[in-house]
Design a protein around this ligand. Structure first.
Ligand code: BES
Ligand code: MN
Ligand code: ZN
Length: 505
């Protein structure tokens, strides 16, 4: 491939994501479409559109519900034929369960069930979906109906020659106002951006190409973006990023994005992402089973970039700086080695005892760059440890912090969006576990015990007094198996949480 065509392939990444045109409609008004999607919830009467369609199809919905042949159980679906004339060709009825009176708790439900409904339909080609689900939900969840609809349209089969997902031309949302459509579109597209970046293989997304994509996205969004190449990284004493990237043909990068939506002079919030575009383990080589999904090891950086895209498009009135450390952890004659001692940008020295504990090494410099902006609070996201998955499973991020206020804020934001985080302890007794005999710290703990925590303790050495939260997203960022509402592969999780957190400050 020539240089110019590989360049043009990198272009307009956001523009490559599926985006049907989105419209709004009033509830209970006849809307011709290929498929209308209506919800039924336990103990509630049919929504205006559901009632209208029910009337058009001779009362089938009410009859089936009454006969116990159609269930309002959460996530149950039934496809019915539409009326002979007018209205939709097909009607998808989806059970919404018992809607909780706490409307915040329904944001995740609105997102997930809308995505599930649409995902079940896109195996076939349809021009127009008419989504009437918002009628059953509180207005504070309507952006999630829109975001959920878009979420269904992105998946892992991006290199199948025959489309697996048939993207509709138009999605019409009843009862959703224009602002919620816009917000939902931005959030849904941003989450899908993170997913696409993660799902792309490491041959497409490597430090340079990832940095190019971030630059272009920044230009589009009016975000100031600086890319540090290997020369600049050396000038800036980012020796730990250079060490991890040293074994690869693809040189490392550090990307700084600055979004200034707040008052001039207000301290920024800092977001930091682990961007290991491929983690072979380096000389501490991973077995194939452990390496197979390691294109996902830039998931932290992808989440941070997607969040920056969202807050810029939403015009959030805060100053935010994002720092992504991008490196490929590979095996070659120039790989960093066990026993190496690296003097990090902060001046602290690290003894390398396992080259597969590379994420924390990359983050050592990235965190140091981030605190140079004197942020009022900092959150880093990293697919950091298998140990965190052993502790919490595949769907919950480990939350470790040096500051309870920021930890509580992140927990509250995650809860409101239905994204799962759980605290792990940071007692000072763990500090001992990362002390080195030859350097200030070592990059592994004592054996495997408490591996997620010792990794966080290592990071804590590089945040100084900045109020800081670390999210270990190794489990939830990427999934082997599909769910009714999403494909396997990248999940895009925590973009919504970060946006909500930043908006809440
Ligand atoms: N990127 C991995 C962690 C990971 C594992 C992410 C599975 C997603 C899914 C990380 O760089 C790593 O290899 N960590 C080691 C650390 C160990 C050598 C101390 C691990 O968890 O085994
Ligand atoms: Mn590793
Ligand atoms: Zn890694």
């Amino acid at each position: 491939m020539s240089e110019s065509s590989s360049q043009s392939q990198r272009k307009s990444f956001l523009g490559q994501l599926p985006l049907p045109s989105l419209r709004t409609a009033n509830p209970g008004v006849d809307e011709p479409s290929d498929v209308a999607i209506v919800g039924v919830s336990e103990g509630a009467s049919l929504s205006p559109t559901a009632a209208l369609i029910d009337q058009q199809i001779g009362g089938a919905i009410a009859r089936l519900l009454k006969a116990g042949k159609l269930s309002a159980d959460e996530g149950e679906t039934m496809l019915l034929a539409g009326p002979a004339e007018g209205g939709p060709k097909l009607v998808l009825v989806i059970g919404l369960g018992q809607l909780i009176s706490d409307s915040q708790a329904n944001r995740e439900l609105a997102f997930r069930l809308t995505s599930q409904a649409i995902r079940g339909l896109v195996g076939k080609s349809h021009e127009t979906f008419f989504v009437a689900l918002a009628e059953s939900f509180d207005a504070s969840t309507h952006d999630m109906v829109v975001a959920g609809a878009l979420y269904a349209l992105e998946g892992q089969s991006i290199y199948r020659t025959k489309a697996v997902i048939n993207v509709p031309q138009t999605i019409v949302f009843s009862a959703v106002d224009q602002d919620a459509v816009k917000r939902g579109e931005t959030l849904g597209q941003s989450v899908n951006l993170a997913r696409r970046l993660i799902n792309e293989p490491a041959s497409a997304i490597y430090p340079e190409s990832f940095a190019d994509i971030i630059s272009e996205l920044s230009v589009e969004n009016g975000i100031d973006c600086q890319v540090w190449d290997e020369t600049k990284l050396a000038e800036e004493n980012c020796r730990s990023i250079l060490a991890v990237g040293g074994g690869s043909e693809r040189p490392p990068r550090l990307v700084i994005m600055r979004y200034n939506g707040g008052k001039q002079g207000d301290a920024p919030i800092a977001l930091v992402g682990k961007g290991v575009t491929f983690d072979s383990g380096g000389l501490s080589l991973k077995p194939s089973d452990g390496m197979v999904d390691m294109k996902c090891d830039m998931g932290g950086a992808a989440t941070v970039v997607a969040t920056m895209n969202a807050i810029a498009k939403l015009g959030v009135k805060r100053n935010v700086v994002a720092v992504c450390g991008l490196a490929e952890n590979m095996v070659s004659g120039s790989s960093y080695k066990l026993g190496d001692v690296i003097k990090t940008r902060s001046g602290k020295t690290i003894e390398i005892l396992n080259t597969d504990a590379e994420g924390r090494v990359v983050l050592a410099d990235a965190l140091n760059v981030a605190i140079s902006f004197e942020p009022s609070a900092m959150v880093d996201l990293a697919t950091l440890t298998g140990a965190c998955m052993v502790a919490l499973g595949n769907e919950v991020a480990g939350l470790m912090a040096n500051d309870q206020t920021v930890a509580d804020q992140i927990t509250a934001a995650a809860e409101a969006e239905g994204e799962l985080v759980w605290p792990l302890p940071m007692h000072s007794l763990y500090d001992e576990k990362v002390k080195s005999k030859v350097a200030d710290i070592k990059n592994v703990g004592e054996g495997r015990w408490g591996g997620a925590i010792t990794a966080a303790k290592f990071l804590e050495n590089f945040v100084e007094s900045t109020p800081w939260v670390h999210l270990d997203i190794a489990g939830p960022a990427f999934s082997d198996s599909p769910k009714p509402h999403r494909d396997a592969g990248a999940t895009g999780v925590y973009v919504k949480t970060l946006v909500r957190w930043i908006e809440s400050l």
